[in-house]
Design a protein around this ligand. Structure first.
Ligand code: MG
Length: 208
């Protein structure tokens, strides 16, 4: 039987986040097939919804997921912005803090033996990175600067045969922001990747 979200160790519908079921299932499949090439790394974990799919796939094969997020929210999550969630606001610090919720989700999903959180900006986390990765999933900030920094920091670490996944691909600008699509086009034009079929808004490539 093909994997579905019902096979996950936690009810993903109860996890805060922005990921469709078919996208999550595609992440699971991509992580599952690429883990033999190296660990999986995601940028932009938020509360861990996508991390649960990636983690469940890697756990089955004794793999590791590095989950990078500064946990201060993207532009659209900030106080007064469209996707602000007051449950995730640290009033004392006057900042977003999604790490507490992320940890709760990882514990509940029994993924603490598989997922390594890195609480830092993506560019900083990449500073001394040298481990080849089986899969990179970019789902970070949607400003052009943030998306470009994530692409530049991580795309070249994907092992040959491994997967680069980019979330929130909207070729039609009336449907969504263009920064993820911009880096998707860069990946396509780079000569480093073969394009795989897009799943909903999840762009997928294989490193060649
Ligand atoms: Mg996203």
């Amino acid at each position: 039987m093909p994997f579905t979200k019902k096979d996950l160790p936690i009810n993903v519908d109860a996890i805060k986040g922005f990921l469709a079921d078919d996208e999550g299932e595609a992440l699971f499949a991509a992580a599952s097939e690429s883990i033999t090439l190296g660990p999986c790394l995601e940028v932009g974990s938020y509360c861990g919804k996508s991390t649960v799919y990636l983690g469940a796939a890697c756990q089955q094969k004794n793999g590791i997921v590095y989950a990078i997020d500064h946990h201060r929210g993207s532009e659209e999550h900030q106080l007064g912005e469209e996707y602000h969630d007051s449950d995730l606001f640290d009033a004392q610090a006057q900042l977003m803090d999604t790490f507490k919720e992320f940890r709760r989700v990882m514990r509940e999903a029994k993924l603490e033996d598989t997922v390594i959180p890195i609480v830092a900006a993506s560019k900083l986390a990449s500073t001394n990175w040298s481990t080849p990765l089986g899969m990179v999933f970019i789902d970070g900030g949607h400003s052009l600067d943030a998306a470009m920094a994530d692409y530049r920091a991580w795309a070249t670490h994907v092992s040959v045969g491994g997967i680069l996944a980019i979330h929130d691909i909207f070729p039609d600008p009336t449907q969504g922001g263009q920064a993820p699509y911009t880096i998707w086009k860069l990946a396509k034009a780079s000569g480093l990747f073969e394009e795989l079929p897009t799943v909903n808004t999840l762009g997928l490539f294989r490193r060649i």
